[in-house]
Design a protein around this ligand. Sequence first.
Ligand code: URA
Ligand code: CA
Length: 442
Amino acid sequence: MRTVDLIEKKADGFELSKEEIEFIVNGYVAGDIPDYQMSAFMMAVRMMGMSAGETAILTLTMMNSGDTADLSSLPGVKLDKHSTGGVGDTTTLAVAPLVAACGGTVAKMSGRGLGHTGGTLDKLESIPGCSVEIEMDKFIDIVRENGVAVIGQSKNLVPADKMMYALRDVTATVRSIPLIASSIMSKKLASGADAIVLDVKTGTGAFMREKEEAFELAKLMVRIGRLMGRKVTALITDMNQPLGMAVGNALEVREAVELLSGKIPETDPLYEVCMLLGVHMLMLGGLAENEKDARSSLKAAIDSGEGLRRLQKMVELQGGDSSYLCLEKIDELLKVRQIIDLKAPKTGYIHSIEAEKIGTAAQMLGAGRAKKSDPIDPAVGLVMKVRSGDHVSLSDTLCTLYVNDETRLEEVKKLLLEAIEISPLAAEKKPMIYGIITEKDV
Ligand code: URA
Ligand code: CA
């Protein structure tokens, strides 16, 4: 077999065999195939696509390029959730403990933020002492004791994806449905869960800007899961504006604590997406028969405080100071030099809020990284005070900035005013949930 012939075959639109896909992926991981050939191959995939069968083989080959977690010593159905990436998406910190409080087993490996999107690991590390680098045995012990733990992926989990993603980032091959599906699913499968609820984002702040592409990606991932013997449900949800109001690490921990303390109304989009994720996790786990029962269990876990206690316990077992995780003390994690309100420059309706720009603004304040090695300031970020469709008067607060380093403050304000569009006419309200794909749909 020659790599150049396989690139040619894919570029001509033909389907590759299992042996051919394994040749390319394994050859690349072993260092026998150079970056330029892998780049050309992935561009051919981006342009010509892959069948569901090819994508499943690619996923399996990538998964087997490194370690896979064995969670079989834990009781019950091992549950996981995954979001394709967003702004103000603090769902994991709220849903994972709630599902544990309802009897679920949530052994979750999460990622870090990059660019305009946030990452659960960075949020957890904003809690003093909380570690996300934990040995597998200890991780399993914590889950056994508390029903939930969230750690970083071990170093050798899907090395093929680490190498391919780094290349995709700089060769315009990120936005390919089979490459995204295999990247996400190889990591989810290697992390060992039996059942996975995916939150596929669509809109201006998401990889999949068009709804149709998000549905296609969701269906493909559900099919791959089924082919691999896992239960997968995918939600398709809106990322035309930040999901929650808080964008920043400790700020998002605070919002999760508020949700778990019953302080976020049921009409709130973050609440609704958390509920729906939790509902489908409980249903896949056999812990609820239907949506109604699942919702009432989750709600009971909020009302009783058991969800919040699971988060506190998890942080404690992961070495962190859980005393911050209550409404009375959480603001101590948000000590910054300046808190600044950004005011509306005119009266009108909020026509749109571009999530990507909001995320970038928070990143520029120090809440995120432009490149992997950048440090993060856990306390900084912003809290939105408006959502699309709201009416504002001149000088009303659009958002509140938590600032330590002023160097880019003017640039940040300018970007935020660009992101928040105010017009004389109210925009049509977009739905929060576009659809749900289960095994039955694919
Ligand atoms: N998230 C991933 O893990 N991989 C992708 O390709 C896109 C989003
Ligand atoms: Ca498109």
